[in-house]
Ligand binder design. Structure first.
Ligand code: 5AD
Length: 358
């Protein structure tokens, strides 16, 4: 009986997602909340398998590989959940110099990976080095898609980086509700963040957003509204991972986000956004077991091996016990093969740009 209800709701979500008006979004929201509050094993199995079918149909039957380098763990922000927040004085800070970055990229290129993601905290030093660095990377690796994830910045800086060769940008909204956002971030507001995302899209970046699941004060309604926000802006990439409490943050004693809720958010985002790139995030791999495989089985289609120099991996401690600390760079291909095998999907090392036809 509930299986029929679940199927009806899944089909409704799939068909209403391209309408984007007040009435359809109201129905969408109700259906999303229904799934977030539902723990029936059969209903969820059905949800994950439908989401995988949609992924296969719109993105192809493959797992896309994108390599990550964490170039600096300095950050001027005070996000209450993040281990890199500037109030955390127990964290040893580092910045990669140009040579270290270029040698990591050389390694990525040797692994035949055509997408590079450079991530850092909000760090003035990184911003200063970016134009020259981008020019050099583009010159040496003209086919490499360059993704930046450097936080909030001005329209002019985003424009400059685009001109120098950046193709994509990741900036999670984290929580699209203004009141919730305020509770999670000191001295920041969600309107600036939304403006940054809209500037990135205006400038022609393939733009990624996303959120954490299970943040303190977050409700199912918030999650449903976040997904509707992603749909409204048709983001090219959606990163979703569970909140993991970090001992050196204000949220040290809060509970960890649930895996099931995270998988549901991935699957529901897939039903709605269809051809977006959705990673099986590192946070999902860093819990009691590696749930990245479950994420792919629930509709995700990107895996992001970490190619930061081994000595710095531990210091990019957004949250504790990141799986990449255990995964040595030289074993990247084996680890990817294992995931591919477990999911029965081939790996794709190509750029995989998102082509928007609408
Ligand atoms: N647990 C899980 N994810 C986190 N992030 C930041 N802090 C945490 C945490 N404690 C996520 C944010 C950010 C991304 C780089 O890492 O969503 O955008």
């Amino acid at each position: 009986m509930t299986k029929n209800i679940a199927l009806k709701k899944i089909n409704q979500i799939i068909s209403l997602s391209n309408k984007n008006n007040l009435i359809t979004n109201f129905i969408l929201k109700k259906n999303l909340i229904w799934f977030f509050n539902n723990h029936d094993e059969n209903d969820l199995k059905l949800l994950y398998s439908k989401a995988s079918q949609i992924r296969d149909k719109y993105c192809g039957k493959k797992i896309v590989v994108r390599a990550l380098i964490e170039i600096s763990n300095y950050c001027s922000c005070e996000c209450l959940y993040c281990g890199l927040n500037c109030k955390n004085s127990s964290l040893e800070r580092y910045r990669l110099n140009k040579e270290e970055i270029l040698s990591s990229i050389e390694n990525i290129s040797k692994n035949k990976i055509e997408t590079l993601v450079m991530q850092a905290g909000e760090d003035f030093y990184v911003r200063k080095m970016m134009p020259q660095l981008l020019r050099e990377i583009k010159e040496k690796y003209p086919n490499m898609a360059i993704t930046l994830s450097l936080g909030e910045d001005s329209f002019n800086n985003y424009k400059l980086w685009k001109e120098k060769g950046a193709d994509r940008y990741l900036l999670r909204i984290e929580a699209s509700n203004p009141t919730l956002y305020k509770k999670l971030h000191n001295k920041k507001n969600v309107f600036t963040r939304k403006k940054c995302l809209s500037n990135l899209q205006k400038l022609g970046y393939q733009t990624g957003s996303g959120m954490m699941i299970g943040l303190p004060y977050q409700t199912s309604k918030n999650l449903a509204e976040d997904i509707i926000y992603f749909n409204k802006h048709n983001f090219d990439m959606i990163g979703i991972g569970p909140f993991i409490p970090h001992p050196e943050t204000k949220f040290f004693d809060k509970s960890q986000g649930s895996v099931e809720m995270t998988l549901k958010a991935i699957a529901l985002s897939r039903l709605i956004l269809k051809d977006s790139w959705i990673p099986a995030t590192t946070a999902l791999g860093s819990l009691d077991k590696d749930y990245r495989i479950d994420a792919i089985k629930a509709g995700a289609n990107v895996i992001m091996p970490n190619f930061s120099p081994e000595i710095y991996k531990k210091q990019y401690e957004i949250y504790p016990n990141k799986i990449c600390i255990k995964e040595e760079n030289k074993n990247a291909q084996n680890i990817l093969e294992e995931i591919s095998c477990a999911c029965q999907l081939p790996l794709s090392f190509e750029r995989n740009d998102r082509i928007k036809n609408y």
